[in-house]
Design a protein around this ligand. Structure first.
Ligand code: ADP
Ligand code: TRP
Length: 322
């Protein structure tokens, strides 16, 4: 069976851009093969330096995925750090990783350009990511296009290792998700936590309404006709409403006589309704103190059993185990 593996960084609260761009596609894949999904908490240490925040994010990511339909009986869901063997493989891989390969990574350079400190962990991030992928003998790694280069690095590292020590590591195939559409944020730019323009999936009612009301619009007066094609409200609404409902909103934009407040209220209702069943599921799961822990413990056990076999082969191959 084909094994899909992907990592989710617990570096913030999940927003509707993450939902349509990453969560929903990952959840849909659970029916297509054997899925291994992990919460990349070692990776998140490169950007989250507050322990309380990290702890909360880790639980919230697990809860959010489970609430949105991830089935822990079909998916092996685990925390990266519950299988510390991955850091051992990461070290071994780093001994066959040319510096130039990492120096060329855009993601590292972009992060520095945006003010991140040049820490070794940030630089070595792609090696740990290679270890994640190679440890679990992944066939296919579904990621967004920002991670494409990291997958190429993974393949290069695996090839270097195999060249040096024999055919030990399985070389994975990338699967780059087409961004069907980029979800815009409150200000009309791509929704991203780095831009502070996000709408989180599980906001309380009042907070969600307030966010929707703060969507930036132009100052065309109520009675005048408005352009639906350039409106952030309409582009968001498309994801939560039927084609008929979208057509109706577009028509009202063009007709005039409706203010932006009216359209924002419609959008709020649509989003609130869209996530209603996930919200109640999330409440139920949250009420059971042990649920998330037990899912993650079961996932870790399964992940560990695969990891132990790979690390054994690697250790024998490099000569530190008989
Ligand atoms: P952020 O930009 O908020 O930091 P991440 O980079 O952590 O989000 O996003 C994780 C994944 O979520 C991305 O690889 C991408 O697939 C998806 N994603 C994030 N923002 C959007 C968006 N605005 N539209 C579509 N997909 C998105
Ligand atoms: N770097 C990925 C991101 O930022 C997360 C990640 C870590 C990952 N390890 C991985 C993704 C292994 C796929 C496979 O989104």
């Amino acid at each position: 069976m084909v094994r899909y593996l992907t990592g989710i960084q617990p570096s913030g609260i999940l927003h509707i851009g993450n939902y349509f761009g990453a969560m929903r596609p990952a959840i849909e894949l659970q029916d297509k093969g054997e899925a291994f999904y992990f919460i990349a908490d070692f990776h998140a240490l490169t950007s989250v330096h507050e322990p309380q925040v990290l702890r909360k994010n880790i639980r919230d990511v697990a809860l959010d995925f489970l609430a949105c339909g991830l089935d822990p009986d079909r998916v092996c869901l685990f925390r990266q750090s519950d299988v510390p063997i991955v850091t051992q493989l990461s070290w071994i891989l780093s001994t066959v990783t040319p510096m130039g390969l990492l120096e060329r990574c855009h993601s590292y350079k972009d992060k520095l350009a945006r003010g991140a400190q040049p820490f070794h962990g940030l630089f070595a991030y792609p090696v740990l990511m290679a270890a994640d992928i190679l440890l679990y003998e992944s066939d296919i790694v579904p990621v967004g296009k920002d991670q494409k280069q990291h997958l190429e690095v993974t393949r290069d590292i695996a090839a270097k290792f195999n060249e040096a020590y024999g055919d030990i590591l399985k070389i994975p195939e990338p699967s780059i998700r087409e961004e069907v559409s980029t979800i815009p944020g409150l200000d009309g730019q791509k929704m991203s936590k780095s831009y502070g323009n996000t709408i989180e999936i599980f906001l309380e009612e009042k907070a969600l309404r307030k966010k929707i009301m703060s969507i930036v619009t132009d100052s065309v007066p109520v009675e005048a006709a408005k352009d639906p094609d350039t409106s952030t409200i309409v582009s968001l609404f498309r994801h939560f409403a039927s084609p008929d409902q979208v057509a109706e909103m577009q028509e009202q934009f063009r007709r005039g006589g409706f203010g932006y407040g009216h359209f924002k209220a419609r959008l709020f209702e649509a989003i609130w309704e869209y996530f209603a069943s996930y919200r109640s599921r999330r409440k139920e799961l949250q009420a059971d103190q042990n649920y998330v822990d037990s899912v993650l413990a079961k996932g870790a056990e399964r992940a560990l059993s695969v990891a132990r076999q790979t690390i054994h082969r690697v250790r024998v191959a490099v000569g530190i185990e008989e």
